[in-house]
Design a protein around this ligand. Structure first.
Ligand code: HEC
Length: 129
């Protein structure tokens, strides 16, 4: 029981070490699907003026864009993708204070701008080569 488990673990470890890039790309796809979901959700929450939900979703987008920012700075350096990530993170961070001020109009505008920028990164970078 113990030996085969160790063997599998060793193979997995070797595989990950041999392809750190593939591992981070897998992780990237997980972030992307979460970004996709949160980006739609935050726009809906702002539209129905549900500030607590919108705040949580905006914070999640901010967290994911920060991960993506680090990815395009350190793992797969790409200046344009880094810039889109930074702008998206800043837009997401701007949503909570706008909600606080009751400015759903501008909060919605920030959420839309994040969604409109997806293709600025997808066109040049998706899929990974
Ligand atoms: C800064 C770059 C960047 C931004 C911004 C970005 N994406 Fe992506 N996205 C990518 C890349 C690169 C891939 C391809 C990943 C791959 O090839 O594995 C991707 C893949 C995807 C996928 C497919 C994931 C999968 O399971 O294969 C979805 C869905 C997606 N993005 C949605 C979005 C949405 C929605 C937004 C905007 C709200 C967005 N992305 C913003 C870079 C970005």
């Amino acid at each position: 029981m113990k030996a085969p488990t160790c063997l599998i673990a060793a193979f997995v470890a070797a595989g990950l070490a041999a392809s750190a890039f593939a591992a981070s790309v897998l992780e990237f796809d997980v972030w992307m699907r979460a970004i996709d979901k949160s980006s739609v959700a935050v726009q809906k929450s702002i539209a129905r003026q549900d500030a607590p939900a919108a705040r949580a979703e905006a914070r999640e987008i901010e967290r994911l864009y920060a991960l993506m920012e680090a990815f395009f700075r350190d793992d797969v350096p790409a200046a344009d993708a880094l810039q889109v990530s930074t702008e998206g993170r800043e837009l997401a961070a701007s949503i909570a204070p706008l909600l606080e001020a009751g400015d759903y109009e501008r909060a919605g505008g920030a959420a839309r701008r994040i969604a409109q920028a997806c293709n600025d990164c997808h066109d040049p970078h998706k899929p990974f080569k």
